[in-house]
Every structure is written in structure tokens, then in C-alpha cells.
Write a protein that binds this ligand. Sequence first.
Ligand SMILES: [Zn+2]
Length: 277
Amino acid sequence: MKLISTISFTCFLLFSISLTAQIQIDWLEITEEPGPNGTIQLHATNTGYCPLTLILDFDKLKNFKVKESLPIKKVVPNGKNSIPIATLTPQKNKSTEYSIKLSYHLGNTVKTKHDNDHVYLLPFEKGKKCVIGQGYNGRYSHTGLNALDFDMKVGTKVCAARAGVVIATKEDSDRGCKTNKCKSLANYVLIYHKDGTFASYVHLKKNGASVEVGDVVEAGQVIGLSGNTGWSSGPHLHFEVYIPRENGNVGVKTKFLIEDEKVAHLQEKKSYTAFHP
Ligand SMILES: [Zn+2]
């Protein structure tokens, strides 16, 4: 087995509009193994915390035939096992050479569906009340985006709205501004759910992530402190649940548990009190 490539490059995580975060992961390993009849098989291993959708093509391919059609798109589940990605057959008695070109998306961009029956908790502490400063498809920065802004003062405890595993965090920024020039300055926590969707909790204060990559979190657990970093017009929490897709993630409207154990879709300018069972 020969290690071809450990991917450790920057991926533009398409958090949509409020955040264009650059996430570095080094979960993906491509190895070369001898296959039957002199073929070469490329395998991928994902040692991370969620599936990755891999796009593989070749920069150079001299005197090889590739069995799969190019580019190869494959979902690589996380875990210890490697999965076959490509089979290369060298032409006899010719000098051969290849080099691969890789990109990936976080999550399974082929098959993920949101569990629309799932009831989310409000992402702040039980009994606390917050106003939706900007709702789904809001005019300030949510045009075409299913995301919610909960107004809250800097330092408010942010709770996981749903259980999952922490995929990425950023907490080194202490800056923000009212234009999209600042969007890469937002601190955040990104959580992966068991139905394959993700939730982003954005604009956290400096050092405001209280979880680490790989942590398993329960719904209602405190994951950080709110802030005003990134593209933001005032202290709030931007919350978004999305389905990973190759051509841009798709945000979804989710149901929340609110006071008196009612379940509701949240609306702009209304205030809601968290009920955590
Ligand atoms: Zn927002």
C-alpha cells in the first residue's frame, strides 16, 4: 500500500451568505494498492467525524485506462475502513504516469434528506426569551436563505438545538462589520446531525466556542457564547440547518419546541422563550 495523498487543503464550506468559512481538515487519505491483473486500485479512507463527498480526477494520466467515468464522485463514510475509488489499468510495455486532482464536500451531497419531523430546541437556555431579528429569507442578509437570527447580547450562552458531533469551530476573531466584507471574520460552531444535515451557529464572541472538533453534543448543551463577529449588524446568533449539496448547501426550515411545549416554525420580529425538556 502506497500513500498517494493526504488531503489537507482548504475547502470552501458553503455556509451560504453569512459566512464563507474556510475549513481545513486532514481526514482524507488516498492510497494506492495492487489490484488483480496488474491493475492499480485507489482507495480512500476518511478518519473524520462525518462523511465526505469526494470528487477525483486526474491532472496527468499517461498510458492508463480508468474503469470509472471521470470525474469520479464518491461518498466516503467516516470510519477506519478504506473504500475503492478508482481502478487504473496500465497499457502493456509502455511507461505510465498519473497524478490525481481532488476536491471534496463535507457530508453526503448525493443522498442527504432532512428529517422534517425532528423538533429542534431553541439555541439558548431554557426560560430565556429572544426576538427573531431576521427570519427565513430576510432582507438584510438572508435573501434566498433559510436561516434565523436570534437577537441576543454578547456573551449569551448558545445551546445546541439538536444532538450531533462537532465538525469545525472558529473562535479566534474579535472583529466584525456591517458589510459582507467581514463574513470570513465570523466565529462559529458547526455540528453534524444523524440525518446527514449540519447546523451552523455563527457570530460567536472571541474564544466563544466551548466545544471541540469531535465532541458529541446533546440537544440543549451549551456549545458557546454569542457575539458580533463577522458580517453582522449587531449582537445576535445566526442559526442555520442545511443539507449539503455539491452546488451549494440548501437551508431548511425547522420546527422548534417553544414555551408551553408548543411546536412552531419561527417568524421574524416575534419573540420566543426556550423550553428544554
Ligand atoms: Zn443571519
